[in-house]
Design a protein around this ligand. Structure first.
Ligand code: COA
Length: 185
């Protein structure tokens, strides 16, 4: 798939127009999307902060290492949502694959931008990238059970439950599930 260096999508498209027609939603926050290529130290710190505040990582976690691994792999994309007002990073998702299945990681939306369709918009964009790469399935590991319904609403089902005691994947450090969705070809 041809990915432009800087991906800027219409704001309502990025949120898959989910906000349209939903009178109970907050107003659209105003953001633009960007494909991360060469993060600055400031970007890495802001992303690490968002992941930590979203409960995805612990204190002092090295976000830069995971970003570099993805960006240097040749098979991954990191998409950011930035506030249109001041370019603050308000959303992230990482999409890659293992040769068989797509995988998304680090889907996070800043607290005050939640409930506007940004999370599902970022996920839909990651799915489109993976489908365009030729992948038929996308998977995600979910450690927080309160997020299962978010993914269920978007077409995912639990295909595996992995206890913390699984020593092969012990670095995750907690119970988690693998959820899967068949992508449109
Ligand atoms: C999960 C998360 C990304 C959702 O982002 P968001 O921008 O609020 O999501 P959306 O506004 O696109 O919501 C889409 C739908 O899912 C629902 N939803 C959102 N979060 C939910 C949750 N935790 N549980 C159940 N449903 C949820 C919304 O109500 C909405 O439903 P609707 O279409 O019927 O109105 C965000 O809450 C977040 O960053 N959480 C912390 C990090 C995290 O757990 N990420 C997942 C890692 S696997």
């Amino acid at each position: 798939m041809k990915m432009p260096g800087s991906l800027t999508l219409p704001q309502t498209d990025a949120a898959t127009n989910k906000a349209a027609g939903k009178s109970d939603r907050k107003e659209e926050p105003g953001f633009f999307l960007e494909r991360l290529q060469s993060p600055t130290a400031h970007d890495i710190a802001a992303i690490g902060d968002l992941w930590y505040k979203s409960g995805l990582t612990g204190p002092g976690y090295d976000a830069g290492r995971d970003l570099a691994t993805c960006l240097n792999s040749g098979r991954g994309s990191v998409i950011l949502a930035r506030s249109a007002k001041d370019a603050t990073i308000i959303g992230t998702i990482m999409a890659g694959h293992d040769g068989e299945s797509g995988w998304v990681h680090y889907l996070a939306v800043a607290n005050d931008a939640r409930g506007t369709g940004l999370g599902s918009g970022l996920l839909a964009l990651a799915e489109d990238i993976l489908a365009a790469t030729g992948l038929a399935v996308n998977k995600v590991t979910v450690t927080d059970p309160t997020v299962h319904d978010f993914y269920r609403k978007l077409g995912y089902e639990i295909v595996e439950t992995v206890p913390r005691t699984n020593t092969q994947i012990s670095e995750i450090g907690t119970d988690f599930v693998v959820m899967r969705k068949r992508l449109k070809s």
